[in-house]
Design a protein around this ligand. Sequence first.
Ligand code: PLP
Length: 423
Amino acid sequence: NAPLSEVDPEIADVLERELDRQRGFLEMIASENFVPVSVLQSQGSVLTNKYAEGYPGRRYYGGCEVVDVAEELAIERAKALFGSEFANVQPHSGASANAAVLHAIARPGDTLLGLSLDHGGHLTHGMKINFSGRLYDIVAYGVDAETSLVDMDEVRRLALEHKPKVIIAGWSAYPRQLDFAAFRAIADEVGALLWVDMAHFAGLVAAGLHPSPVPHAHVVSSTVHKTIGGPRSGFILTNDADIAKKINTAVFPGQQGGPLMHVIAAKATAFKLAASDAFKERQQRTVSGAAILADRLSQQDVKDAGISVRSGGTDVHLVLVDLRDAAIDGKQAEDLLHEIRITVNRNAVPNDPRPPMVTSGLRIGTPALATRGFGDAEFTEVADVIALALQHSPEKPSADLEALRARVAALADAFPLYPGLQQ
Ligand code: PLP
């Protein structure tokens, strides 16, 4: 039982260097967050040793009486947080949760209607080489070319034409709220089931800052590690007793073997924290920070550089930047921000003229910085740094990158990450 630094110095070095990187950069990837130390503790605990196939009280292994408590707490807290009748907290990830949802409510060959990947949907909503695209017949709706918004008339038209078994509402890159009641009305009209994937905005729902899909959807899936800021994993909710049974069977033994009990314990803690006032206040700073960023990136100097904010703003925790008319592409913008120590990801815009490894857009999110403690003043400062950096290009160097890097470093230093923690 020698420490990691002795057993495997190379991996110990990776842990240390990654902690340094997270401390020194401003993390603005919309799907990332920083888990609290309490969550790190469960994930690095002896619970990782335990096999617990089955569900609390109905396991296929002995010695589960202690880990049962963790899973029961996670289930009850998830149900209370989102006001649902049922929760399954075993999915290892968002993608596993989604695989289980489809396993439960559709059969291979059924038609699914979801938001297309290049308009902001997720791989598991029907991408061609993902299991969803291989097993199911996919029809995709997109966003309107002018407004960048989902057009519910188009969703209804496609639903009436293709009569899908499942309609999927949810996204990985969309800056606005979806109308879950309208989706449900269309699903009812065509006899489809409505599945909402709230992976991105679940934290906002928990804080009451975003409409809840739970009363409208037949089934809701989510991750725990994006806006919620818990361990990397997934969960599934429903109010329908029949679908609940199918979900349990689909997760285990349908899709998974033994659940990750150390992660489930960490989920329980994350759900407990998500019910607190401090969590709500953090989600408010998250949304407010995104609005500040959208506002700064809509100012004249940015517009003059051919840069725009898709949909003209945001209601959530992220901003989508359109660089189709800018001097730099998505890859160059991502690299440029990396150079001044801000981490974002490039993102295709609908009908992107550039290839997926380059793209003409950026997705910029505020959850991780809100967790780090940023409020309106800091988001105003980082928004200005980003606005100036994006106007810079190798051909037309306009910004003093050294000065921008110093402004980033001042923000990072003012909000130390995991103070005192050593890896
Ligand atoms: N669903 C949505 C909407 C997502 O954005 C993501 C992650 O990007 C997932 C599911 C998948 O989550 P994971 O990466 O944990 O498999």
